[in-house]
Ligand binder design. Structure first.
Ligand code: SF4
Length: 292
């Protein structure tokens, strides 16, 4: 067993003990269908702890990712692991989706304003101890703001973030009286290659999109994906069409509220959002029309 694997398993075992003690319920493994969450899930299975699995439906994931999540859940359910898909159902029975969030928020999600992550990906597993596949190597922001053990307060400034989960850190975490979601990030210190090498050595069934040139498999069109978005929308024209329809409804909402608007149409919004240099109303050459 490598040092990284051993440390991750120790973290999972410690979190599992705390979850059973503090919440009287098993640890919840959050699962997105991406490589980090597949490695996390494998480690949880290998550690022998009791656990449940939670997937938050974003409604903008690629069909291959959704299929991979459901295949994984079927395999786990055969082993009697409780698997839940959070469809963001509201008290009135309606659901929050990417397509109704955009008109509600009156703007497309951007790198700076990622309201969709807050509503569709984070915040699951309320009142439970959760484990995530967050890693420092993913971004500078994660390096600065995330730790191996966390008590997340709604006011981010008040959160307890522990980069070091030694005995003293664990004691501090366990005795912390603050209300807030408790999180363990067992592979926080893994590099990209550590994840890929481990998945290969352990023969972990991964999302098939990684074999087709995808480096990340979040929502199609995620503003964090930069240049990959063009390739994603060429591959998934129906998801592109769904964004454009949502932008249409967003423009209607802005009009209703007499809000200032720099766009003439939903296609203008799309090009602004993609930063692809196509200007509002710009003539499009034959054969290059919008396929929506
Ligand atoms: S992964 Fe990207 S598009 Fe999906 S919810 Fe998060 S910020 Fe939004």
């Amino acid at each position: 067993m490598s040092d990284l694997e051993q440390t991750a398993i120790e973290r999972l075992k410690a979190a599992s003990d705390m979850s059973l003690r503090l919440f009287e319920k098993p640890l919840v493994i959050t699962y997105s269908g991406g490589k980090d969450s597949d490695v996390l899930l494998h480690l949880a299975e290998k550690s022998g702890i009791p656990f449940e699995v939670l997937h938050s439906l974003t409604t903008a994931d690629a069909p291959e990712t959704v299929r991979h999540v459901y295949d994984t859940f079927r395999r786990l359910e055969e082993k009697d692991v409780k698997c839940t898909v959070d469809k963001h159902v509201q008290p009135d029975g309606s659901r929050v989706t990417m397509w109704n969030l955009i008109p509600r928020k009156l703007m497309p999600p951007t790198r700076v304003v990622r309201y969709c992550c807050a509503e569709l990906k984070e915040g699951g597993g309320k009142g439970r101890f959760i484990a995530t596949g967050v890693r420092w190597a993913e971004s500078t922001a994660r390096r600065k703001n995330r730790g191996s053990l966390e008590v997340l307060h709604s006011n981010r400034q008040k959160s307890l973030i522990l980069a070091n989960d030694n005995d003293e850190g664990r004691r501090l975490f366990e005795t912390c009286q603050m209300k807030g979601q408790r999180v363990i990030n067992p592979i926080i210190d893994w590099q990209d290659d550590d994840v890929l090498d481990y998945a290969a050595v352990e023969k972990i069934p991964m999302n098939p999109l990684y074999c087709e040139g995808f480096h990340r498999v979040g929502c199609v069109g995620c503003p964090m994906a930069s240049k990959a978005r063009t390739m994603e929308f060429a591959r998934y024209p129906r998801i592109k069409a769904a964004y454009i329809r949502a932008f249409d409804r967003m423009l209607e909402e802005r009009k209703k509220r007499s809000l200032p608007c720099q766009w003439q149409s939903s296609v203008d919004v799309f090009h602004w959002w993609m930063r692809d240099g196509v200007l509002p109303g710009q003539e499009v050459l034959d054969g290059f029309e919008e396929d929506v």
